[in-house]
Design a protein around this ligand. Structure first.
Ligand code: DGL
Length: 271
């Protein structure tokens, strides 16, 4: 009988965009989410520090009984997933910048990628671009300041619109027809983004593909839930859970039988 919760973590609330897709296709699973809000953003941090933080969070999630971990953060995936896979004997599912679908489907031979500095520096981004986008013009942009706006509940604000305009206009000049959201916080900016870009541009959010991959990995490892108990979602933050609560209520359709619990101020590294 398997009733292990699935662990999921991010530098903050961005991973809720992934949790949303996971809950959709895995409604019987329980989840434990860790938001490292006290250390957010990860984007400008050195890879060594991100490995250290991801390692603490992984230990925390394993101690809570998780047997599968979704690294719902592109930046943490870029810096730490090789380390985590090399040091723990549980499956890790990471975020991959969706360069492949964008490159395969572009007609203008030009795509936009919006991500953090840490993600662009990672092996995964460099290798994926080399492999799939060698004949495509990649117009890339570090989304500095966007994570902070989402974290402060200002995804739908004039500030977000102004900053996004600054980042997206050069991409429009590049004649892109696809834009890849390379950070799990960015799907929350989608309504503002849609105001800025023409309808002909396809926005690619990798979260649904990551949720499908998680389901596949759970099946392969015999870890799909087999209990009749109602699922639960526990959300921990090293800072405040206020934004987690807000985004959960705005974005997730949770069944009435699912119990949801929020815990503030948990430091994974000292827990
Ligand atoms: N959600 C994280 C990501 O996908 C945000 C990174 C950050 O904290 O800067 O990369």
């Amino acid at each position: 009988m398997s009733n292990y919760p699935i662990g999921i973590f991010d530098s903050g609330a961005g991973g809720i965009s992934v949790l949303k897709e996971l809950v959709k296709i895995l409604p019987n699973e329980s989840f434990i989410y860790f938001a490292d809000s006290a250390n957010c953003p990860y984007g400008p941090k050195q890879p060594e520090r991100i490995i250290e933080l991801s390692n603490c969070i992984t230990k925390f999630l394993l101690d809570k009984g998780c047997r599968t971990i979704v690294v719902a953060c592109n930046t943490a995936t870029a810096a730490a997933i090789d380390f985590l896979r090399g040091n723990y004997n549980v499956p890790f599912i990471g975020m991959e910048p969706a360069i492949k679908p964008a490159s395969l489907n572009t007609k203008t031979k030009s795509i936009g990628v919006l991500a953090t500095a840490g993600t662009f520096k990672g092996r995964l981004y460099i290798e994926t671009s080399r492999k799939f986008a060698s004949d495509v013009n990649v117009c890339y942009q570090i989304g500095e300041g966007l994570v902070e706006l989402v974290e402060s509940g200002m995804a739908n604000s004039e500030e977000s619109e102004n900053l996004l305009r600054k980042y997206i206009e050069p991409m429009l000049d590049c004649n892109i027809d696809h834009i890849v959201l390379g950070c799990t916080h960015y799907p929350f900016l989608r309504p503002v983004l849609e105001k800025i870009i023409p309808e002909s541009i396809t926005i690619i959010d990798p979260a649904p593909a990551v949720a499908r991959q998680t389901e596949k990995v759970l099946k392969e490892n015999g870890l799909l839930s087999t209990t009749q108990n109602s699922p639960s979602i526990e959300l921990y933050s090293s800072g405040s859970t206020k934004i987690l609560k807000f985004l959960m209520e705005e974005n997730l359709k949770i069944t009435a039988t699912t119990s949801i619990n929020y815990v503030d101020g948990i430091s994974a590294c000292n827990a």
